[in-house]
Ligand binder design. Structure first.
Ligand code: SF4
Length: 417
């Protein structure tokens, strides 16, 4: 099979992994050969400092001996199969890099022969790129959870980021749909990576020069909507992963229906807005001091699809408002709908010099439409009278408008709510 044909299959197979922000858009003109960004595996991801990098995102192979029911590459699927050699992936990466198509590689794989063999193949790609091609670009390797810990350590030497997919929200979900995978094996692999990252950092701080180990940390992906697990369980799992295994990022990926799927799987994807709400809630937990369970305010234990999670929380907890923007501490200001982290930092700085008025908040570009009913300012704020009104949710909704390209990119990167 030609490398180009393999690329079409293995880039398409990799698109189900959500660890990058986008995988291209569909071409719009029938028969066109240029201009499409779909099918050749180039996706975009954001570095911790906010840069957008393009990555070659492919599988080494979509042959797999496992039978995870939610996966198009499972052994019982009749999808077209292909397998790259190590040298083919190395060569593609270097060729794409030289042509300025990509800045890095995101490499995953189905499991062939056994976990250790598969992990060795992934490592061989990264090691060859680093040692023989002097490739200094970004490399993200998916790791195989029950591969030997020594292999995971070796993978971290060559990769910038490692990830182990948690796959599904609960151990029960995994047992149901992917019985060959064990939650403990996955979390043990994460724990091993977290400990090696910590040891490496401590040695660096002590002035030693340990071998590099996954300097961009580790992440994971959780599939949403393949089972009935509600958002409360999804966020609880995410919290445990952040707290216990120091993950940099949990990616939420809406389940995509696959051909000839098991009858236990839903026939359609969950609404994309559910994924978006989970990212917003995730951001609120990590940067705004919210606890997982307090963000779930509806009896079905799911986030609202209509309201962003912070506004939904504020509406359900009106007794905690209004908040005086000139007196409230940082942690309370962060709870006001429409106030982002950067807004709050600026408010704390400005109010050292003078009292904040509504005009000041507008100048600081807070989302005033959402915030105005919840805050006391130094001047008269007539919107405060709306706080107890039954239709406050409607009054605080932003007007529908087309999102600008750069706003969308910023929101995807920062998750600011
Ligand atoms: S191990 Fe990975 S590639 Fe194989 S069936 Fe499961 S999810 Fe798919």
């Amino acid at each position: 099979m030609e490398v180009r044909d393999k690329l079409a299959i293995l880039a398409d197979a990799a698109k189900y992994d959500a660890s990058c922000a986008s995988s291209g858009a569909k071409q719009t003109r029938a028969g066109s050969k240029l201009g499409t960004t779909e099918g050749m595996g180039i996706c975009h991801s954001y570095t911790p400092d906010g840069r957008c990098v393009s990555l070659l995102k492919i599988l080494l192979t979509n042959f797999c001996i496992y039978d995870c029911q939610y996966c198009v590459n499972r052994v019982s699927s009749d999808t077209p199969r292909a397998r790259f050699t190590v040298d083919e992936v190395v060569s593609l990466t270097i060729e794409f890099y030289k042509r300025n198509y990509i800045e890095g590689l995101f490499l995953s794989s189905g499991i062939i022969q056994n976990s250790d063999y598969t992990m060795e193949q992934l490592i061989a790609v990264a090691k060859t790129l680093r040692t023989q091609q002097a490739f200094g670009g970004y490399i993200h390797l998916k790791t195989i959870p029950n591969a030997s810990p020594l292999l995971l350590t070796e993978a971290g030497r060559w990769a910038d980021r490692l990830s182990v997919n948690i796959e599904l929200p609960t151990a029960g979900d995994l047992l149901q749909l992917a019985p060959e995978k064990k939650r403990e094996q996955i979390t043990d692999a994460m724990q091993g990576i977290a400990e090696t990252i910590t040891e490496t950092k401590s040695e660096e701080q002590a002035g030693l020069h340990p071998p590099r180990f996954a300097p961009a940390g580790q992440s994971t992906q959780m599939i949403v909507g393949a089972t009935d697990s509600p958002d409360a369980d999804i966020l609880q799992t995410a919290t445990e992963l952040y707290d216990k295994h120091q993950l940099r990022r949990v990616y939420y990926s809406a389940y995509s229906p696959i051909p000839h799927a098991d009858a236990r799987l839903p026939g359609k994807s969950p609404p994309l807005v559910r994924e978006h709400r989970l990212y917003q809630a995730d951001w609120l937990m990590r940067y705004y001091g919210f606890d997982t369970q307090e963000l779930i305010v509806s009896p079905d234990r799911n986030l609202s699809l209509e309201l962003d999670p912070k506004l939904a929380w504020a509406l359900a907890n009106r007794q905690q408002f209004p908040i005086d923007v000139n007196r409230a501490p940082r942690e309370l200001l962060l709870r006001v709908p429409g106030f982002g982290v950067r807004n709050v930092e600026k408010m704390l700085s400005v109010r050292r010099h003078h009292q904040l008025r509504t005009e000041d908040l507008r100048k600081l570009r807070v989302a005033w439409n959402r915030a105005r009913a919840f805050v006391i300012t130094a001047d008269h704020n007539p919107a405060l009278a709306d706080l107890d009104k039954l239709d406050l949710a409607r009054r605080t909704q932003p007007r529908q408008r087309q999102l600008l390209l750069f706003e969308a990119a910023e929101s995807a990167r920062s998750g600011e709510v």
